[in-house]
Design a protein around this ligand. Structure first.
Ligand SMILES: C=C(C(=O)O)c1ccccc1
Length: 373
């Protein structure tokens, strides 16, 4: 019977425990370049079994928020090398979450001030984060997107492939494909944001086509054992919606089983919200989803996320419902979360006011147990 603190190998990556730092956007990488403060933040949390970086744009077109990091300039890759070296020096393992935001962006962030791109020209009822002229940050309505031409899609798939290669060259142990939370890949999957009438719209197979072209390109480039993928079957984040998530995501995991991936990362419920959030007529059945994956021969580790505390996480791993559990906000406020969970020690409370933007305050200044002893 496994516990959170047992080691596990996911694909080609050996982890010291099953506690994962979930991807957390912090908007502290001006010009999309990771810096030494970012390196300190990840290094402080290197006792996690696996660190998943904040969402990281594969190109400027894929950038949707101010001061998030990228994987598409030499300066950014040099910056990430600082992070991966610092984490590895502490014995940690780290993968980068590869991100194309699609319509969740703003004209001012796009190349040449153009429109954000999406499967269809449907504006998301959502907001993005911009830096004002005076340096302060604020949330703004996302801009009206334009529908991608079918001829553009191969180029974006190639952007994912290049970014995956760049990630390994920058020292990452692997990558996580961001296919969740209403961003580009999820926009293709969900019928609420995909009204295409070509081979990328309509049927579930067509709406999943782009996802599998990305999976094929990345796994061919760096090996499936270094690739995870994040899915969010019922999240309403960024105006994501599909009335029939169970058949949609059953199709997705059934076909993911063809790739010997490192892990499948599932956000249960609404991202950062109720775990029992529902889209469609009936509650989503996560056990059934995993059963479909296993029945199709899928052997990747199963990672769950959203609202887990120590007891729920312990139970999920002990009962075999999850191989790993990803924690978000607890890792913001507790760099030594693993030790605190092991000791069942009290946790620092996260300061919501410093989640996005700023400097060391609310980022690298949370005390460890040793510091408060
Ligand atoms: C990348 C994000 C996600 O996956 O939800 C994100 C972006 C901005 C704020 C919070 C989260």
């Amino acid at each position: 019977m496994a516990t959170l603190f047992d080691p596990i190998t996911v694909g080609d990556i050996a982890l010291q425990n099953r506690i994962v730092m979930a991807p957390l956007t912090r908007n502290r990488s001006p010009k999309a370049v990771p810096n030494t403060l970012n390196a300190t933040y990840y290094e402080q949390r290197a006792s996690a079994g696996l660190l998943i970086t904040e969402a990281t744009a594969i190109t400027q077109q894929g950038q949707g928020y101010a001061d998030v990091p990228g994987l598409y300039t030499p300066e950014a890759l040099d910056g990430w090398r600082k992070v991966t070296d610092a984490v590895h020096a502490k014995g940690g393992r780290i993968v980068v979450q590869m991100w194309h935001v699609g319509r969740i962006s703003h004209d001012t962030l796009q190349p040449g001030g153009g429109k954000p791109v999406a499967p269809s020209a449907i504006r998301a009822k959502s907001k993005t984060y911009l830096i004002n002229a005076d340096g302060t940050g604020s949330f703004a309505e996302t801009s009206e997107p334009r529908a991608l031409e079918i001829s553009e899609l191969d180029g974006i798939v190639e952007d994912y492939r290049k970014a995956a290669r760049a990630a390994i060259d920058a020292g990452f142990d692997g990558v996580e494909i961001h296919a969740a939370n209403g961003y580009l890949i999820d926009q293709f999957l969900r019928s609420g944001s995909n009204e295409r009438t070509d081979a990328y719209g309509g049927s579930i197979e067509n709406r999943a086509r782009f996802l599998f072209q990305v999976v094929e390109a990345i796994t061919s480039e760096i090996g499936a054992g270094r690739v995870g993928i994040r899915l969010s079957p019922v999240t309403p984040a960024n105006d994501a919606f599909d009335p029939e998530p169970q058949p949609l995501f059953s199709y997705v995991v059934k076909n993911l089983a063809r790739y010997p991936l490192a892990y499948i990362h599932i956000i249960e419920g609404a991202t950062g919200g109720p775990r029992d959030h529902q889209q469609g007529e009936r509650p989503f059945d996560y056990d059934a989803l995993r059963a479909v994956y296993a029945a199709a021969g899928g052997k990747a580790a199963w990672m769950t996320n959203n609202g887990y505390d120590r007891d729920l996480a312990e139970k999920a791993v002990r009962d075999g419902e999850a191989d790993l559990v990803a924690f978000g906000k607890p890792f913001i406020a507790n760099p030594d979360l693993v030790e605190r969970l092991k000791e069942n020690a009290p946790l620092n409370a996260p300061d919501q006011a410093t989640f996005y933007g700023g400097g060391a305050k609310g980022y690298t200044d949370y005390p460890s147990l040793e510091q408060v002893a």
